[in-house]
Design a protein around this ligand. Structure first.
Ligand code: ADP
Ligand code: MG
Length: 616
């Protein structure tokens, strides 16, 4: 091929400057784009081999090499994928927004069903110009008789193409970094970015400093592998010492045995795990693997409580692992991270269009190759498909929890205190989740037993059956909606067992029960439950003296007490328009209690909580 100079043809309007500046908000993303192109090129070559259109060499080891060169201010991405001919460079590189990936898929869509191709838009390559003043491509196609091609472009709309010198099949992309972006040639920075985006890409990625002297390591000779490059073998003779034995005689003892060691060129280790745990079948994963994966990905050294492994192909492809983290104290922030992947390529953390907000309190990974991986997030927002994914994830989480409540109650109870804020928050945020979880929400009662709502209501019903005579009088005013409210079952609750101790004592003496609700989310949560269920209401144990605790006495009898207490409280609280109500308690060991109105107190609690969390 003779050399060629030409203009890049831009498929849509003049989008080149836009790509350079605004396509991606994070500049470091070019790493992901160039590495994923290398991955695609390798996937394609393997596919061609599978389909008999090409035959891979015996010792083929697919890999992507990233070479940083801070002195030269360059960065290289080298893959041993299928390479490109000059014509293909023309078609896929010179014509911006033409994608070889989509062409490939189109061509082989019937033959290659297990698609793992990442590219879609034909824009990724140009992200290189976000950080580079000049980019070179050197490529040799796998095709019979293909000739190497060299391409270069300085970020304008012109390119140069000429014969290349690449001798092995594959592609090498060289970035001449812009002065402002030299950080990307720093080995540590490179490692950081690759780890961020490429930790689970399906091809091994190696990072090295270009032209760096090789590093060596010395290992026991029996650990040398065939693939190691041996530099020398070192024999350490056994060490001996002269020592005196029990009989006072001198003796030669061996203190360390003879050892054979081998100095080898340090083995390169890939930066990524090409078979992340979520790609395995749940039956093939051990608890230890789940825990290790959690530690490695989230750097959380507290063990997770449990996890949900999502694995489905229908109606869409979705895999992932969601972990319920251990929350140590009520004050621990519960801020999780859900990492989103598309075919093992990291997209972003906590994309709220895909992951329901309350699930972001968990820690997990979701890989969804069907996701319309648009370059802009705003496009995800109104996508019905994305909403379906989000609903599905919610449903799976609810299924797991309700299943656990049914079949593994013991553990469910054990975890309950840790997971309940999360579940309650979920109920507040998502009505469907709330409905699904309704019967699997636990309430701890005064005997430290965990009860579900149906269990609580059943116990109430049974208790009512015994006292139905006493209640009969109340029900004849049911016509009046105000009165109707009072027909709801009342579930009493305690927010502070120490402070409300005397009420608890009183309740117990009367054989009554209450549940403990001491998390600051509880006020909103019970209000939500009441709105969605018409047959019960919640009332704090000190909210009102309940009928069951009251002695039926005439107003006359209480008149003196009322007058004196009203006067006392008016004075103590310095409030003239105070209304005081006095009722007589049944014979208990408690002399008197002061009660607070449920509505006004709950309102105050909710305000406090909204201020704290900025919830809507
Ligand atoms: P996309 O990956 O979305 O198709 P890109 O701009 O990243 O878009 O790449 C455009 C096309 O250039 C690719 O589809 C592919 O055909 C070709 N290409 C890019 N990088 C490589 C590479 N390393 N090896 C082979 N072909 C490549
Ligand atoms: Mg690409």
């Amino acid at each position: 091929m003779s050399s060629k100079h030409g203009n890049l043809s831009i498929n849509s309007d003049n989008i080149f400057p836009i790509i350079k500046k605004w396509l991606y908000s994070d500049h470091d993303i070019f790493y992901r784009e160039l590495i994923s192109n290398g991955c695609d090129a390798i996937t394609k070559l393997k596919k061609l081999d599978m389909m008999g259109e090409y035959s891979l060499p015996e010792d083929y080891k697919p890999k992507i090499q990233v070479l940083v060169n801070p002195e030269e201010k360059t960065l290289k991405f080298i893959d041993n994928g299928l390479g490109m001919t000059a014509d293909e460079v023309e078609e896929y590189i010179n014509q911006i927004a033409f994608s070889g990936a989509s062409d490939f898929l189109e061509k082989y869509k019937d033959k290659a069903n297990e698609d793992q191709i990442i590219g879609h838009f034909g824009l990724g390559f140009y992200s290189a110009f976000m950080v580079a003043d000049e980019v070179h491509i050197d490529s040799l196609s796998y095709k019979d008789g293909a000739e190497a091609v060299h391409w270069e472009c300085d970020g304008g709309t012109e390119f140069d193409m000429s014969d290349g010198s690449k001798e092995t099949v594959g592609t090498e992309i060289t970035l001449f970094l812009n002065e402002d972006c030299l950080e990307f040639a720093n080995e540590y920075r490179a490692r950081e970015v690759i780890t961020k985006y490429c930790s689970f890409m399906p091809t091994e990625i190696y990072l090295a400093k270009e032209n760096a002297a090789p590093e060596y390591e010395t290992i026991p000779s029996d650990e040398v592998k065939e693939t190691d490059t041996v530099v020398e073998t070192i024999i350490e003779e056994a060490k001996t010492e002269e020592k005196e034995n029990e009989n006072g005689e001198k003796e030669v003892v061996e203190v360390s045995p003879r050892q054979e060691k081998t100095k080898i060129i340090k083995r390169p280790v890939p930066l990524n795990d090409i078979h992340p745990l979520w790609t395995k079948h749940p039956n093939e994963c051990t608890d230890e693997e789940y825990k290790t994966f959690y530690r490695n990905v989230f750097h959380d050294y507290k063990e997770p409580l449990f996890w949900i492994h999502l694995n489905m192909d229908y109606p869409f492809n979705l895999k992932g692992i969601l972990y319920f983290p251990k929350i140590n104290t009520e004050y621990d922030s519960i801020e999780g991270t859900i990492k989103l992947y598309n075919n093992q390529v990291f997209i972003a953390d906590n994309i709220k269009e895909v992951i329901p907000e309350f699930l972001m309190l968990l820690k997990g990974v979701i890989d969804c190759p069907d996701l319309p991986l648009n370059v802009s997030r705003s496009a995800l927002q109104n996508d019905g498909f994305v909403k379906k994914i989000s609903d599905y994830i919610t449903k799976k989480v609810a299924d797991k929890l309700t299943g656990m409540c049914k079949t593994d109650k013991e553990n469910y109870e054990k975890y309950w205190d840790d997971i309940s804020p999360f579940i309650k928050f979920g109920c507040l945020k998502d009505e469907k989740f709330c409905d699904k979880m309704n019967d699997s929400i636990l309430f701890k009662n005064l005997d430290d037993k965990y009860l579900t709502l149906p269990e609580i209501l059943k116990a109430k019903e049974e208790a009512n059956d015994h006292t139905s005579d006493a209640d009969a009088a109340d029900t004849d005013t049911a016509e009046n909606p105000e009165e109707q409210k009072d027909n709801r079952e009342t579930i009493y609750y305690v927010t502070d067992p120490a402070q409300q101790g005397q009420y608890i004592k009183m309740f117990k003496e009367q054989g009554m029960d209450a549940v403990i609700l001491n998390h600051n989310i509880d006020t909103s949560f019970i209000s939500q439950l009441e709105q969605r269920n018409q047959n019960y209401k919640f009332m704090r144990i000190d909210a009102d003296v309940t009928d069951a605790l009251k002695e039926d006495v005439s107003e006359e009898e209480l008149k003196d007490a009322l007058d004196s207490l009203t006067a006392t409280f008016k004075k103590a609280l310095n409030k003239e328009n105070l209304e005081v109500k006095v009722e007589k308690l049944k014979d208990t060991s408690i002399a008197s209690v002061i009660t607070v109105s449920e509505e006004s107190r709950r309102m105050q609690d909710m305000m406090k909580m909204y201020n704290m969390y900025g919830m809507d």
